[in-house]
Write a protein that binds this ligand. Sequence first.
Ligand code: PMP
Length: 365
Amino acid sequence: MPSVSASSLVKNLIRSEILALSAYHVPDSGGYIKLDAMENPYLLPQSLREEIAAIVADAAINRYPDPNPAALKGKIRELLALPEGMEVLLGNGSDELIQLLAMALNKPGATLLSVEPSFVMYRMIATFTGMRYVGVPLAADFSLDLPAMLAAIEREQPELVFLAYPNNPTGNLFCADAVRQIIAASPGLVVVDEAYYAFARDSFIPQLTKFPNLLVMRTYSKLGMAGLRLGFLAGSAVWLEQLEKLRLPYNVGVLPQQVAEKLLENHKVLLQQAGQIKLDRAVLYRQLSEIKGVTVYPSEANFLLFRVAEATAVFEGLKQRGVLIKNLNGGHPMLTDCLRVTVGTPEENEQFIVALQACLQSTVE
Ligand code: PMP
């Protein structure tokens, strides 16, 4: 090995697109009221926690996980009421599935298309995998710009399209008919990302049998299992058997498999928590809309996007008052002065509102 420094080796050997990236930043949230990451704020009932403790105690963690956990997959299929011929593929969170899809469809020169602003991982994973990325701007009210989308699909002929339904970070649910037109017009695969399905009034699962180029992706992260890392793709077995070849054999560990299976047997408990979050979202929306200087956007997710005059000052002011939310200012031109707050418990939401009012007072003084 020649006597060169690690930094010059890194500069020569790592792909330039990776050198140019900044890492996905996860702030230290210790001690804060944590309303930044769309987590479910509720713990599980004590009896269920005890059942989980017993499962963990008995789990064979000396063994590799089941590469095809049939009972867990069966439970997911049952909850989705998946039609015949449709399968599920499990991922270590849905982030992993985005990467797997990009790897599978990334022929030389292939394009991944999404809307902007949307979930940043679509663009990041296109970069990681060397795929060409096209982001089509949403309309000013964050709805789909259907003519622009159809024109971009015609022009770019993307191999892979991602649509978050509801969208992150805007929170709105796109018009279902516009999404259908996009799927029908796409020559490639369209993935409808339903990360926030538990808080929305619509899903594309029933459409799976209608479109040969549609897959639906979901995660259990927002429903109360963010720490387990479990997501899945649902769709035609013909697609999923090819994607299975790229899945690393033990991508979902023993503990996430077994604990998730128990939680899904108690799906009702999680849906009740999501129901409470939806009620609290309505309260928080109303409270935000009544504050002078705040514009809040409609949401079908477990968070609200809102705009203020000086988002970064408000974000910092909230932090000083012990509340951590997400600052979107500077991320995308359409998100100038925008902030995103996850719906927490009623107490947390109240503390957030009080802190926000105090910040707005001090930024105008
Ligand atoms: N899709 C969307 C739209 C998201 O907002 C997120 C998380 N922020 C994910 C996918 C990824 O979720 P996870 O990897 O936790 O399953």
